[in-house]
Write a protein that binds this ligand. Structure first.
Ligand code: SF4
Length: 216
């Protein structure tokens, strides 16, 4: 039986993809979300709202030791990609591979927008992948408007984040304007963010590093 697993970050593009798939009555097996434990608070709150509103089955995956461990071991990820993207890809692939053992007709869905055709062309996986937003000609701008029209405002983060890059708050791809915006809106995140030599987290803070989701 054909079923889809949308792989989502809960940013504007993947949120629009999920909402549109639900609107189109697509058969959704589960929604795959990789928890980097470095999401902006706005995105965590938004994710909880989407899951609660839609009733989708959310599957959270995490790296076994976490990004803090990887960063302590390998240093800051390179802006062009590095251990962070590899860890995310490998953990998500593991889940899809496992689910396809139960149902070989499962298709992964990725929220690349119509602006990202080249990125989609480069993707190579061992199973079928769909890019619904590209199929439907939905650009990044249209995706954000769609989310807003459906009552999802991401806590206003897209209004103040210059790059609109709202995944990991300390992503090495952030530019100086992003750092300034993060400092203004989330000063509590900034020292961690912008200090290349991170202060190791205490064991106690590691125990509290993520916010559990309310499961339906
Ligand atoms: S958002 Fe940035 S830091 Fe986070 S996984 Fe992606 S590239 Fe790495």
């Amino acid at each position: 039986m054909l079923e889809y697993i949308p792989s989502i970050s809960f940013g504007k593009d993947s949120t629009a993809m999920l909402l549109m798939m639900i609107e189109h009555n697509e058969s959704i097996h589960s929604v795959l979300w990789f928890d980097t434990e470095r999401e902006f608070p706005e995105i965590r709150t938004h994710a909880a709202k989407v899951v609660s509103d839609t009733g989708v089955k959310l599957q959270v995956v995490r790296h076994w030791a976490g990004f803090d461990f990887l960063e302590d071991r390998y240093g800051r990820p390179h802006p062009s990609g590095g251990w962070c993207t590899a860890a995310k890809r490998d953990c998500c692939n593991k889940y899809i591979r496992l689910m396809r053992k139960d149902n070989p007709d499962i298709v992964e869905c990725i929220g690349y927008s119509a602006d990202e055709q080249k990125r989609a062309d480069k993707m190579s996986k061992k199973w079928p992948v769909r890019f619904p937003l590209i199929e439907w000609g939905i650009t990044e701008k249209m995706a954000l408007e769609y989310c807003y029209d459906h009552g999802y405002f991401f806590g206003g983060i897209y209004d103040w984040m210059p790059s609109k890059r709202v995944s990991c708050y300390n992503c090495p791809k952030q530019g100086p304007k992003d750092w300034a915006a993060i400092l203004k809106h989330h000063p509590e995140l900034f020292p961690y963010n912008h200090t290349l030599e991170r202060t190791p987290k205490s064991s106690a803070s590691q125990l509290n590093r993520y916010t559990p989701y309310e499961r339906r």
